[in-house]
Design a protein around this ligand. Structure first.
Ligand code: KIV
Length: 278
C-alpha cells in the first residue's frame, strides 16, 4: 500500500528524513519504489531530462499525464506526486481543479504547485478542501526563471528568507502537506523548516530540511547537459549506456551476437526435411 500524507507528516515529528526522487518511466519508478524511496515525483524536469526540451515551459498536460500513468504502474509503496506543468494552474481555479483531477485519475496521490501569491493560495485551498493533497514549491521556482533571471540562489538576505517563510506559512495554512525548498542557503532553509508544522523537502537547500529530493537522472549520471552543484552523482549511467551500446554493436558486427544459445533451432527431423530443399 502506498504511503499516506499522514505517514509522511509523521516522519517530521519522528525526525526521520524523507526521501524523494523523480521518476519518469515504469521501470525506474518500480526500482526506486523497491529501494524504499518515500515519495516519487513526476517532475516537470522530465521536459529536459527525458524529452530533451530546452526548458520546462515546453511540457503540457498530455505529456505529463502519459508519464504519470507509466510511473504510477510501477509504484506500490511510495506516495506519488505529479508536478502541475506551466499553464496548467495559471488560468483559473476551475481549470486548476480539472487538471489536478486528471493527475489523480492518472494514479498520482498528490500534485505539486510552484510559487505563492493570492491567486495560487486560492487554487491550493480549492484543491485541498476538495481532497486533493498539494505540495508547495518555494525558493527558486523554475517556472519563474524568466522573472528571476537565471538559476539564482534565493533567500540570501534575511529579508528574502523572511519573505519565503511568510509564503511557506501561507501555503501551510492553505493546506499544503509539505513544501519543496529549492536553491537557498542551508541556514535559511533550516530557519524556515523549524517554523513549519509540515515537512520541508530540500533541493540545493542543505541537509537541515526534513527531507531531500533530487532529479533521478542527476544521481544516476544520465543527463549531461547540466550538472547542478547540489546534486550528488552516485552512478555513471551515461558511460554504462554508451559502453553497453558499443559492446552490442561490436558483437553484431563481428557475428558474436546472437549465439546459438540466444537463437531458436529446428529439431533434427525438421532439419533433415529442410536439407531436402537444398
Ligand atoms: O521538476 C522537478 O523535478 C522538480 C524538483 C526536482 C523539485 O520540481
Amino acid at each position: 500500500m502506498r504511503k499516506s500524507i499522514q505517514k509522511i507528516s509523521s516522519f517530521k515529528k519522528e525526525g526521520k528524513k524523507i526521501t524523494v526522487l523523480t521518476a519518469y518511466d515504469y521501470s525506474s519508478a518500480k526500482y526506486f519504489d523497491e529501494a524504499g524511496v518515500d515519495m516519487i515525483l513526476v517532475g516537470d524536469s522530465l521536459a529536459q531530462v527525458a524529452l530533451g526540451y530546452e526548458n520546462t515551459y515546453d511540457i503540457g498536460m498530455d505529456e505529463m499525464l502519459l508519464f504519470t500513468k507509466a510511473v504510477s504502474r510501477g509504484v506500490k509503496n511510495a506516495l506519488l506526486i505529479a508536478d502541475m506543468p506551466f499553464g496548467s494552474f495559471q488560468i483559473n481555479k476551475e481549470q486548476t481543479m480539472k487538471n489536478a483531477c486528471e493527475f489523480i485519475k492518472a494514479g498520482a496521490n498528490a500534485v505539486k504547485i510552484e510559487g505563492c501569491n493570492d491567486y495560487i493560495l486560492e487554487c491550493i485551498k480549492h484543491l485541498t478542501q476538495n481532497s486533493i493533497p498539494v505540495i508547495g514549491h518555494l525558493g527558486f521556482t523554475p517556472m519563474s526563471i524568466n522573472s528571476i533571471g537565471g538559476h539564482k540562489v534565493q533567500g540570501k538576505k534575511v529579508e528574502n528568507t523572511l519573505e519565503i517563510l511568510r509564503n511557506a506559512l501561507k501555503l501551510q495554512s492553505a493546506g499544503c502537506f509539505a513544501i519543496v525548498l529549492e536553491l537557498m542557503p542551508l541556514q535559511s532553509a533550516q530557519f524556515i523548516t523549524e517554523r513549519l508544522r509540515i515537512p520541508t523537502i530540500g533541493i540545493g537547500a542543505g541537509n537541515l530540511c526534513d527531507g531531500q529530493v533530487l532529479v533521478c537522472d542527476d544521481i544516476l549520471g544520465k543527463y549531461d547537459r547540466f550538472k547542478p552543484k547540489f546534486a550528488r552523482q552516485y552512478s555513471n549511467l551515461k558511460d554504462i549506456m554508451i559502453n553497453t551500446a558499443k559492446a552490442y554493436c561490436s558483437d553484431v558486427e563481428s557475428g558474436a551476437f546472437p549465439s546459438i544459445e540466444e537463437s531458436f533451432t529446428l529439431d533434427t527431423e525438421e532439419m533433415e526435411k529442410l536439407e531436402n530443399y537444398r
